[in-house]
Design a binder for this molecule. Structure first.
Ligand SMILES: *[C@@H]1O[C@H](CO)[C@@H](O)[C@H](O)[C@H]1NC(C)=O
Length: 204
């Protein structure tokens, strides 16, 4: 169960990039228990989610209105504190046997610069609850061994999208890449996917 909750939490972080103009509220149901899968057709040194964080000290509990999270996670990604971290998010739709791109894509050139920006869609679901934010504001995900601490909070399971979503299978892919001072990408890229189904939440 706790593994399952942990995956739900990862998912919520992933969901944060979907546009925020709330017209329809959706829920995302994950396809299987493993939840995150490795990306296909990535460069050979690409790592999955475990290459980014050690989450073994994050606790999850089922609460009435969502999943309650507390604890800390440790950065395990081996990059340099001066690197620029880029985040690419994309959503694909499974249609007649193949994965098709959708218009749900995002590119954040300097993720660490905007990690605590209140205007970012991940702020309320994620960054706002980091208690050692003053430190993480500098280190971000760039210092191996650094600890990201969370207050105890409940993560809601809904999100809104201005873009209508079909019923059916989707894959949400998140990719973190680090660039050195010369702008050269490091080979230990992080990439992982979550597959599942979107369903409309009825209002009221
Ligand atoms: C992070 O650093 C920026 C730039 O120095 C600053 O404006 C912002 O208030 C800081 N945020 C937090 C949460 O410490």
């Amino acid at each position: 169960m706790s593994q399952q909750l942990f995956r739900i939490w990862q998912l919520l972080v992933l969901m944060a990039f979907i546009p925020h103009s709330i017209e329809v509220s959706y829920e995302f149901t994950m396809e299987d228990e493993r939840i995150t899968s490795d990306c296909q057709n990535e460069p050979p040194k690409t790592l999955n989610i475990d290459g980014l964080f050690d989450m073994s000290n994050i606790d999850f509990e089922m609460a009435e209105d969502g999943v309650q999270l507390s604890g800390y996670k440790t950065v395990v990604w081996d990059i340099q504190p001066t690197d620029r971290v880029e985040l690419q998010g994309s959503v694909q739709y499974f249609d007649r046997g193949t994965w098709q791109p959708t218009t749900l894509n995002m590119l954040v050139k300097d993720f660490c610069h905007v990690l605590f920006d209140k205007k970012q869609v991940w702020y309320d679901a994620y960054s706002k609850h980091i208690t050692n934010s003053a430190q993480i504001n500098n280190t971000c995900f760039r210092v191996k061994g650094s600890v990201i601490e969370f207050e105890t909070y409940t993560i809601g399971l809904e999100f809104g999208s201005g873009i209508p979503l079909h019923r059916g299978r989707y894959a949400i892919r998140l990719k973190f890449r680090a660039f050195d001072k010369n702008g050269k990408v490091r080979p230990n890229e992080i990439c992982f996917e979550i597959k599942g189904q979107f369903s409309k939440k009825s209002l009221g």
